[in-house]
Design a protein around this ligand. Sequence first.
Ligand code: SF4
Length: 355
Amino acid sequence: MNTLSAQAGLDETRKFMKERLQGIVPDIEIEAKVEIAHEINRLKHEMNAVILGHNYMEPALYHSIPDYTGDSLQLSSIAAKTTADIIVFCGVWFMGETAKILNPQKTVLVPSEKAGCSLAEGISADDIRALKAKFPGAVVVTYVNTYATSKAESDYCCTSGNADKVLSKLVEDGHKRIIFLPDAYLAENTATQLGLPFLDSEADQKAFDAVPADQPLVIGWHAKCEVHELFTTEDVANIRKQYQDAVILAHPECPPEVIQLVDKSGSTKAMVDYVRDKDAPWYALLTECSMGDNLAAEFPHRRLVRACTLRCKHMNYITLEDTLAALKQCQYQVHLDETIRQQALLPIQRMLAIQ
Ligand code: SF4
C-alpha cells in the first residue's frame, strides 16, 4: 500500500517522491510530475475514489497515487471489497473489467482506452466455443488476462499465481481433458511443473490419440504475452555472466526454455514476496521493466539487476496525466452486459474457492 497520504500537501508529496524514487527517477522528472500527482490525490479524496496500481505501472505513478498496489488478482480482491464510489484501475482494460465483474455497483475507470493486452486480444468467445466443440467434455480454464466475454465461456479462471493450484484441483476432480487458455507458455510451463502432458490445440490428431483417454492432458492455445515471449536463454546467460551470484526470477509467461534455466518462476506477487523476504546478493527479474524499478525503489537495501528493456506498451498508456483526466472527466468507464458479467463471475468465484 502506498504510504503517501491522500491529504498530503504539495511539499510533502514532492519530499516523498524524491526520497522514494532517488536513483530511479531523475529529480527533473519528479518535478514535472509532482503537481499532477498531488492534484490526483486531492481529487480522489474529494470524489471518494480508490486508485489501484498494477505492479507494471511506471515508477512515478506507482509510488505516488495508488492506495493499493499489486498484481491483478490482489487488486481485483480489493476492488471487490472497496467502499469507495469510484475505482480507478491503473492497469490494463481486462483488469478494469474484472473489477467491474466483482463489484458491479461501482463506477470503474481505466485511464486509457488503448490499454489492451496481447493475451486478452489473442482469444475470443467464438474461439472458445470452437474449442469446446472440438474437445467435447473438456473443462475450460481461462487466465484472468482475458476479456469478460472470454471468461463468460469458461468453467474456471486462474492467475499466474494460482494456475498450478487450479490445474491440480481439476486433475484431482478427475478431469481428463483440460483446455488452458490463452497463454501458450503459461499453459505449458504449468503443465510441465505438475508433470502433466501438454499439447497445442492444433497439434496432430495422432499426438492426441497417443495420450490415453483416462490420463489427464492439458490443451493449450497459441496466444502469448508480447513482452514475456521476448525473453531468451541468451538473456539468462548474459545475466549469469555478469552477476554470477544473482537469483534469476522469471514470470511463467516466458518461454519454457527460459523457465528451465532460471532459479525460480513465479507471478509478480511471488517476485515481490521473494525480493522482500529472501536474502540474495542480487535479484534479476525477467518480467516487465517497471516492476524491477518499482521494487528497487521500494526495497532500497536490495540489489536489483536493472538489465531489462522490455516495457509493455499497454501498461505504458497509463500515465499520471491520463489518470488525472480520468478523474476529472469520469473516463473511461467500464460497462459490461449484465448476462456476460454474471457468466464471467462464476469462473472467477470457482477460482477464488480454490485459493
Ligand atoms: S505485460 Fe503482457 S500480459 Fe501484461 S498487459 Fe502487457 S501484454 Fe498483457
